[in-house]
Design a protein around this ligand. Structure first.
Ligand SMILES: [Fe+2]
Length: 327
């Protein structure tokens, strides 16, 4: 495997460059297919996530979370006594799934019965933090290439910004990643790299770590930050421009969701961001232009200083931004 900087893409006849669709000789999940979150009030959740630009149909298990094309369910909201991250479901191709099943057996990691109302046919088990994980055989929903990002520039003599009334509703294109709290970041890295085949992208000491899929994915599909207990810090949703990140923030403020953090740009992942605080103290992130790691190169994972672990630029971090409300 070559470093990303030395990668030689294949030139096709008419579409430009393509990259390997899977990493040869290695096994791992290819996608964070969806997550399941319990919240205390589905009506309030529906108001929040609909305002965010997602479709939130009622389903037998609660509410589904769908992006622009309605074709994939990225999240499931169930009703519970309090906000609590329930589980995450990863998809893999069959040969990878079988290899992961063997790893679970060899390491004596017990399988569980599916949680109540779970529908997908997969393997269920607990991670290093006792959190429930599912893997199943499914299609790759993580991006096959870097997601398009546009920054329109008006030529001289042409108005670049229309009035607010003309601004289109921001609708995310897909789930980008989730960031979970963990009691132990090094153990989280070990579990998700050794069992599920994810790969470390970058970290900052034992405080935060970012993991990508080996068969081509964003810089991170899953990230961990240290806390006293597991929990969900944020789910992140991809949009196509810096303008949409800003418009999304305005769209949420207009609906009463003005608390959060942004506009800014991360160092690790390089994405532009705006986080909107949800009614339970966790966040939904508008994210754009995140780094992409193709299947055919090795990302130069590094341990970065704390100053680079959060952001390159942006407003000061709110004092309660890192609070874990599931403790
Ligand atoms: Fe994020």
């Amino acid at each position: 495997m070559r470093p990303c900087s030395d990668r030689i893409p294949v030139m096709t006849a008419n579409l430009g460059f393509v990259h390997a669709s899977r990493r040869a000789g290695e096994f791992g999940v290819h996608s964070l297919d969806h997550f399941t979150l319990a919240v205390p009030d589905l009506a309030i959740a529906r108001h929040f996530y609909s305002a965010f630009g997602l479709h939130t149909p009622e389903e037998p298990t609660g509410l589904g979370l769908y992006a622009t094309d309605h074709s994939h369910r990225w999240g499931i909201l169930t009703e519970g006594s309090r906000k609590r991250f329930s589980h995450k479901s990863f998809a893999a191709w069959e040969e990878d799934f079988l290899a992961i099943r063997d790893r679970l057996q060899i390491l004596h990691i017990p399988l569980l019965d599916p949680p109540k109302h779970a529908t997908a046919e997969g393997l269920w088990f607990r991670d290093h933090d006792d959190q429930i994980v599912e893997i199943f055989i499914g299609e790759k929903t993580s991006p096959a290439a870097k997601s398009p990002f546009s920054h329109p520039v008006a030529p001289a003599g042409v108005r670049g910004a229309e009035g607010r009334a003309a601004a289109a509703l921001v609708r995310p294109r897909r789930l980008a990643h989730i960031l979970q709290f963990t009691r132990d970041v090094p153990r989280a890295i070990a579990f998700y790299t050794q069992i599920l085949g994810l790969r470390l992208s970058d970290r900052s000491g034992d405080g935060i770590a970012f993991l990508h899929g080996i068969h081509g994915s964003d810089h991170h599909m899953l990230a961990f930050a240290k806390s006293a207990a597991p929990g969900l810090h944020h789910c992140s949703w991809d949009v196509g421009s810096l303008g949409e990140v800003g418009l999304g923030a305005m769209q949420m403020a207009d609906k009463g969701y003005s608390k959060g953090w942004g506009l800014g740009r991360h160092v690790l992942g390089s994405n532009y961001f705006h986080y909107v605080r949800d009614p339970w103290g966790s966040y939904s992130e508008y994210s754009s232009d995140i780094d992409y790691i193709p299947a055919d190169c090795d990302w130069p994972a590094a341990d970065h200083p704390p100053a680079d672990s959060i952001y390159l630029w942006g407003p000061q971090i709110p004092p309660d931004f890192i609070a874990n409300h599931e403790v």
